[in-house]
Design a protein around this ligand. Sequence first.
Ligand code: SAM
Length: 283
Amino acid sequence: MNRENMLSNPKETIRVIQENNFTFRKNYGQNFLIDSHVIDKIVAAAEIDDTTEVLEIGPGIGTLTQYLAESAKSVTAVEIDDKLIPILEKTLAGYDNVRIVHGDILKQDINALFEGRRFKIVANLPYYITTPIIMSLLEDRVPADSITVMIQKEVAERMQASPGTKDYGALSLAVQYYCEPYLAANVPPNCFMPRPNVGSAVIRLAIRDNPPVEVKDEKLMFKLIRAAFNQRRKTLANAIKNFEGLSYSREEVETALTEIGLDVRVRGEALSLEEFAALSNKL
Ligand code: SAM
């Protein structure tokens, strides 16, 4: 399709919005892309070709979807806003490889949508539920190869952060346990309509076949991580003691820390994923 006629041209986006009397819904995190270069970067980072099946979360009026449909084998686009479904049916009418699904991504049976076939996830995510969406995809171990998404820049930085930095936390550890993150681009607010009041970034999460560390009890490790960052300023042994149903005493945690070669007064923010795994295996 001629790019002038695509929705990435702001004039086209305005035309479609006005013709359909569409009003943006803030509570659905609606900030539509209006920059073809940014969309090219998303599609390139996602490494899509004509053999790729794509799951798009929140197609909006179909701006990114048009580009995905031109490169991919097929696109399944899940949109929550019922007002957008008739609009999508029109803006994507020229593509026979797009399937529009009306629903909440957090309630979809994603495996059923792909019937066991592998796929890649691509989205300009609604920022108000970025973390719940990504964590549910990872924890449910959906059979996707990668997740390439536009998210708030600050959240992208947290996903990539290393131990001991201010951005490092439970999200960094969870994302790095399941994926290898790669920051593909920083994106300013003027690439969206309406403009968000935060900076954005495109991040690619390549999903690992196997976690990089061996953990006997994943649930316990993530609970220790949550305890550690719930009370960042406490020593790890104090933070874990009596945290939400954990029954370890401070002394027990200190003994385990010593056995894995760490100082008893260490704080959680200093521990790497390997060290959290070692601690949970020890406990
Ligand atoms: N992909 C479009 C674009 O880039 O122009 C729109 C992106 S906009 C940031 C986020 C989209 O996700 C909106 O269309 C919004 O209605 C949709 N959305 C919000 N919450 C959702 C949910 N729980 N499930 C599916 N879609 C959702």
